[in-house]
Design a protein around this ligand. Structure first.
Ligand SMILES: C[S@@+](CC[C@H](N)C(=O)[O-])C[C@H]1O[C@@H](n2cnc3c(N)ncnc32)[C@H](O)[C@@H]1O
Length: 375
């Protein structure tokens, strides 16, 4: 099995390289309107934004910034397939302009636009980014009234184009079964508050790039891709930055396309790619190890392990997990400028090296490092 990953260094307000109805899932995080670090970028998209910021016209600045993002959202509706999902990580902004401290509710402005365009607006995930910083209650003493609550969350907005997606042919149905999640992952991942996603470990060595990338943690696109697409789908990120969505798509056995207006990210993504295979495979191995630890305790307590996963040979909780598999990357090659192809280890090879017949006891004895060598 192979997947393909295209990086397009161009403006996503016009997704000219993409055909209508060609994308299965969008996972992305745009520049956040009214957050200072993005003022210059928004001004480069529309110079009127710089003018309204310099006049302290907060209302126009907020609206003009969103009008630039609206162009991307409108293009998404054209390129998405019927039944496909869009997941957008966005934070609201707080800012003091002319002595007036306010919240700029980016999440609700984007939801309103998606509603207008014709997407279905679905329940959101609150990504709680708790901080223990000693100054987190700055501005508030113990005396009422007048302090502001601390902003410690971001959103993952979720939308769908059209009706539910159908899986009709036997091949499509099997692929969907193989793309399943573990039962215990379903319980956590489909919850509306994510508290366990830690801040970003940025892998790029370029300090300046790191500061202006605002990358999200790998697990954010990785989970969403597993939740809202199947093996072989095509994932689009119109605001690619450091390429986190591309790497997540590779680990998940999905194709991907990333748009990024700033071509200076190209070198850093290219350099990162060859060094990523072990790390990416490790995310999948970690899920296996977590599952094994989970069924161990679950089985002992409740004796409810009725099913065996056909691919790995370990117990699972439900019938829907019996055909589930995870893919492991063998190599990534650049097949033309900014187009990468990932080859995955054959199912048969995994079986020959013994993975299929491995028992739960074996998995418990083997740590991740040893498993990596087996591949
Ligand atoms: C919040 S960052 C995305 C970070 C990314 N999720 C990651 O993990 O690295 C937003 C990115 O969108 C890019 N961008 C802004 N406007 C754009 C546009 N019109 N077209 C394409 N990319 C754009 C910025 O250069 C920036 O890299």
């Amino acid at each position: 099995m192979y997947t393909e990953h295209k990086l397009i260094y161009a403006d996503a307000r016009e997704l000219g390289h993409l055909k209508d109805n060609s994308i299965d899932l969008v996972v992305t995080s745009p520049p956040y309107p009214m957050i200072k670090m993005w003022d210059n970028l928004f001004t480069s998209l529309n110079p009127d934004i710089g003018k309204s910021l310099s006049k302290d016209d907060y209302f126009s600045s907020f609206e003009l910034m969103h009008k630039e993002l609206d162009k991307v959202w409108t293009e998404l509706y054209r390129v998405m397939k019927n039944g496909s999902f869009v997941c957008i990580n966005i934070g609201d902004a707080t800012r003091t302009i002319k002595d007036r401290f306010q919240l700029y509710a980016n999440h609700s402005r984007i939801q309103t636009k998606f509603f207008e365009i014709g997407f279905d607006v679905l329940p959101v995930i609150l990504w709680r980014k708790q901080t223990n910083a000693p100054n987190k209650f700055m501005g508030s003493g113990m005396l009422p009234a007048g302090a502001y609550v601390t902003l410690e969350h971001e959103y993952i907005l979720i939308f769908r184009k059209g009706n539910k997606r159908f899986f009709t042919s036997p091949d499509e149905k099997l692929n969907r079964m193989e793309s399943a999640l573990f039962w215990e992952e379903r319980n956590m991942w489909y919850s509306d508050i994510w508290e366990d996603l830690k801040g970003t470990k940025q892998n790029t060595n370029d300090k300046e790039l790191r500061q202006r990338s605002a990358a999200y943690p790998f697990l954010l696109p990785y989970r969403l891709i597993n939740m809202y697409s199947v093996f072989g789908d095509t994932i689009l990120d119109p605001f690619l930055g450091t390429g986190t969505s591309t790497f997540a798509a590779m680990a998940c056995g999905r194709n991907s396309i990333g748009y990024e207006i700033d071509s200076s990210f190209s070198k850093s993504i290219h350099n990162k790619i060859s060094g990523e295979i072990l790390g990416l495979n490790n995310y999948n191995l970690q899920r296996i190890n977590n599952h094994i630890a989970f069924v161990e305790s679950f089985g002992k307590e409740e004796n409810r392990l009725k099913y065996i996963n056909e691919y790995f040979g370990f117990p699972v909780i439900t019938k829907q997990e019996t055909k589930m598999k995870l893919v492991f990357m063998e190599f990534i090659e650049e097949i033309q400028a900014n187009v990468y192809r990932t080859k995955y280890i054959d199912d048969k090879h995994i079986q020959n090296t013994g993975i299929k017949s491995l028992s739960i006891d074996y998995f418990q004895k083997v740590n991740t490092t040893q498993l990596k060598i087996a591949f």
